[in-house]
Design a protein around this ligand. Structure first.
Ligand code: CP
Ligand code: NVA
Length: 309
């Protein structure tokens, strides 16, 4: 039962804070909450609780799924654009964290710098959830693992190909796959590899292969994943020439994967860049389930972080 699930960590900043049992437990809880919601059952696990959502960067899925999720669990969400807070006028992250902790029960923040998020979490008395930093996107990977479990009926033993940028989403995916027993093959252009320390830590738990060959990564894969070549924190740099045409997920690359492979993308997507329309809008695509699952995974996460069980 979700009420009984409790996490050892106060915050979720990378995904590495969760041990294997906690990670798999959250995935299963989220799947159960999704089924319950379909049957019209929604338990008030966050009754009278308030979530503060700080956004330094734009968001569609994270913003709407967190706010909707808290509402469905009987709580209330505050949307705080960083521009509207005194942060904009130089109030420190530390003082903001201490102040918010006196009002709200939990904080979710989407920030440019992961170090700032760590500072926020260190100074907050309440749990802090990373809603995307330049280095990690743990909530996305909770939803992605949930999507894989729903579609493939298992996690351990799957082979996942990550094609493109070894970015924030990729870093959290490495932690998630290693803990869940998923073999991860990562294909990036030279210079776009994921965080070396994340790879080192996770290699002790699971198999991670890094190459510059999308074909080698995709061969026989159960899941093919990509993300934008230009993350929000990169928006001033034109990086796409370093990726195209070799690192695009198209039907030729999908043919290298297992015939029943699914395609995943955290969204937003740029059709014609990291993925072609026929793949993301085709029968192998799981992207809309993946987007929906953000809602269920984050409900499970918030309930567990605030659980007193
Ligand atoms: N995948 C994701 O985090 O989407 P948003 O940027 O729209 O929140
Ligand atoms: N890597 C992307 C993910 C967006 C959800 C970014 O950081 O912009």
């Amino acid at each position: 039962m979700v009420e009984e699930m409790r996490l050892k960590t106060k915050d979720l900043l990378t995904l590495n804070e969760l041990d294997k049992a906690e990670l798999l437990g959250l995935v299963d809880t989220a799947i159960r909450m999704k089924k319950e919601l379909r049957r019209g059952i929604s338990r008030p696990l966050l009754k009278n609780k308030t979530l503060a959502m700080i956004f330094q960067k734009p968001s569609t899925r994270t913003r709407v799924s967190f706010e909707t999720g808290v509402f469905q669990l009987g709580g209330h969400a505050l949307n705080l654009s960083a521009d509207d807070l005194q942060l904009k006028r130089g109030e420190t992250i530390e003082d903001t964290a201490k102040t918010l902790s006196r009002y709200v029960d939990i904080i979710m923040a989407r920030v440019y710098s992961h170090e700032e998020l760590e500072l926020l979490a260190r100074n907050a008395e309440v749990p802090v959830i990373n809603g995307l930093s330049d280095s990690f996107h743990p909530c996305q990977i909770l939803a992605d693992l949930m999507t894989m479990k729903e579609r493939k009926k298992k996690l351990a033993g799957l082979k996942l190909a990550w094609i493109g940028d070894g970015n924030n989403v990729c870093n959290s995916m490495i932690y998630g796959c290693a803990k869940a027993g998923i073999e991860m093959r990562i294909a990036t252009p030279k210079g776009y590899e994921p965080n070396a320390q994340v790879v080192r830590e996770s290699s002790r738990l699971g198999e991670i292969r890094i190459s510059n060959s999308p074909e080698a990564a995709a061969r026989g894969a159960d899941v093919v994943v990509t993300d934008t070549f230009v993350s929000i924190h990169h928006q001033t740099t034109d990086r796409t020439n370093d990726f195209l045409p070799k690192f695009q997920v198209n039907s030729a690359l999908m043919k290298k994967a297992d015939p029943s492979a699914i395609f995943m993308h955290c969204l937003p997507a740029k059709r014609g860049q990291e993925v072609t329309s026929d793949v993301i809008d085709g029968p192998q695509s799981a992207v809309w389930d993946e987007a929906e699952n953000r809602l269920h995974a984050q409900k499970a996460l918030m309930a567990a972080l605030l659980s007193k069980a």
